[in-house]
Ligand binder design. Sequence first.
Ligand code: ZN
Ligand code: ZN
Length: 305
Amino acid sequence: MNAILQPGEIEAPKGDIPFIRLPERRDVFAQRARRFDELADGHALADYLRFMSKLARAQQVVLDGFPLVPLPTAEQLASSARYGLPPLDVQTWGRDWAWRAGLQEILALMEDELLVPRTVQAVENLVSAGATELEFTAEAVLAGAYSAVPPEALPFIAAALQVYWTYMAASLDGQAFARLEKPNLCPVCGSPPVASLVRIGGAEQGLRYLSCSLCSTQWHMVRIKCSNCKSTGDIGYYAQDGSNGAVKAEGCGSCNTYLKIMYMDKDAQVEPVADDLATLSLDLLMDDAGKARSGPNLFFHPGSV
Ligand SMILES: [Zn+2]
Ligand SMILES: [Zn+2]
């Protein structure tokens, strides 16, 4: 499939458009859980998607009761905005121990949902792991070094880190954020996007937002432009046979990568993390086309299985 619109045809409209959409603490993971359930019906990966729904529900429970943790000061926020840096940079932010407490809570909530012996063992290992080991594993996940993380442990570590960063991101309401030099890095935490979303409604009608793989922040980026290398010259769109067009892969011929793009006008309930995991066959299609993903889904990495 080819793009219908030409590069530059859709740019930011005049006037104020929201550059950043911070996550809604009240509902962000609950909404994802509902979407996983919806997608599970009749899906070849139904059991997996239902498991992910339960994990997202556990994330919401932990987020609802998350303790107060240190946040960037006003000076740090102003300085980040001035220098074009993410204030909650995954590479430099000193993680509070609360994320590890959140991990243990998630593991306890998921105890009855573990059906695979290997996962049971991985959870037992995480429950008994020391702080140093868990921080080492977190470091690897945040740096994208997934091969250093046991595949069965990855979803739980990722879930706990998401809750912690989402809690902090949601606390920064009303702050100013700079567009980073690399457009595919989250202006709040510096992580790559899981997918992009073409929104509907109000001032955001038809605008495309990249959705952070870690903190669930969404940030605006013009359409028909590669989020990885900024090229507008050779962008193509791919969909699975029989798809309703709500999820496509936006491929770039310049850097040979792709990222999924989801269209709320085709399905208002699309959710970047859930719809990404429900369309893994599109990743296989892109792999066959010789294109690599430009952003991760923290719950699943081809190299980790
Ligand atoms: Zn982020
Ligand atoms: Zn590119």
